[in-house]
Design a binder for this molecule. Structure first.
Ligand code: SAH
Length: 225
């Protein structure tokens, strides 16, 4: 009788309560205002994307390990990055750094078409499996160096980089559609600032947002291993 009621030992009902509280206490209270995004964060079950030992902490206000030496940011950072992207329902979106697939699921709730690319094959396999299981089978999960984007599927209206770059990857800028936006943490290996680039015709504008700490973007337009 407990089979459906418990997810890895924590009651599903209690996780849903944790999720609703996270949206209020970590997102709304800190200024996340986009109602479509808040609804997506209230819907996507983060506990399904992380390891079973961490399920009790699924909605904790801190990053969690996800395997292959990588981490997923706390919910607020995911929300702040996605809010800065200003996703519209008709957008084609590219995410660099699939990790667990959680953020790709949030993006899939908001956009028409989501492409995501990850350099660790084991994370690609896991993310594909979970996204399929949760009904996000139309998210395209690819294995490769996302610092070079996905030229064959460009342009994208929005590009989100979920790992830290030493500088804004030029190839990604070139794959933005007119009116497009790129959100990327830029800085040193230990500390970065979220940069938002907007492309309008041949004009590029940049605004700088919160300080943050991401795992490195490793690749041709990122850091060396
Ligand atoms: N958005 C993810 C978390 C991202 S963590 C989630 O929702 O779970 C950052 C990820 O970027 C890591 O999984 C790391 O392996 C990946 N990464 C780093 N450099 C990359 C590159 N050049 N191309 C693709 N993925 C990369």
């Amino acid at each position: 009788m407990f089979g459906n009621y418990f997810t890895h030992g924590k009651a599903a009902e209690s996780l849903a309560g944790d999720r609703a509280r996270m949206v209020d206490t970590q997102l709304r209270s800190r200024g996340i205002r986009d109602e479509r995004l808040l609804a997506a964060m209230a819907k996507v079950p983060r506990e399904e994307f992380i390891s079973s030992e961490d399920v009790a902490d699924a909605y904790g206000d801190f990053p969690l390990p996800i395997g292959a030496g990588q981490t997923i940011s706390q919910p607020y950072i995911v929300a702040a990055m996605v809010e800065a992207l200003e996703v519209n329902p008709e957008d084609r979106v590219l995410e660099v750094g699939t990790g667990t697939g959680y953020e790709a699921a949030i993006l899939a709730e908001l956009a028409a078409d989501v492409w995501t690319i990850e350099r660790h094959a084991e994370l690609v396999d896991k993310a594909r499996e979970i996204l399929q299981r949760l009904g996000y089978a139309d998210v395209h999960v690819l294995h490769g160096d996302g610092s070079l984007g996905l030229g064959e599927h460009a342009p994208f209206n929005k590009i989100l980089v979920a790992a830290a770059a030493p500088r804004v990857p030029e190839t990604l800028v070139s794959q933005l559609a007119d009116g497009g936006r790129l959100v990327v943490p830029v800085g040193s290996r230990s500390e970065q600032q979220v940069e938002v680039m907007r492309k309008l015709g041949d004009q590029i504008s940049i605004t700088k947002h919160d300080r943050c700490r991401f795992v490195p973007l490793v690749g041709a337009q990122g850091w060396e291993l």
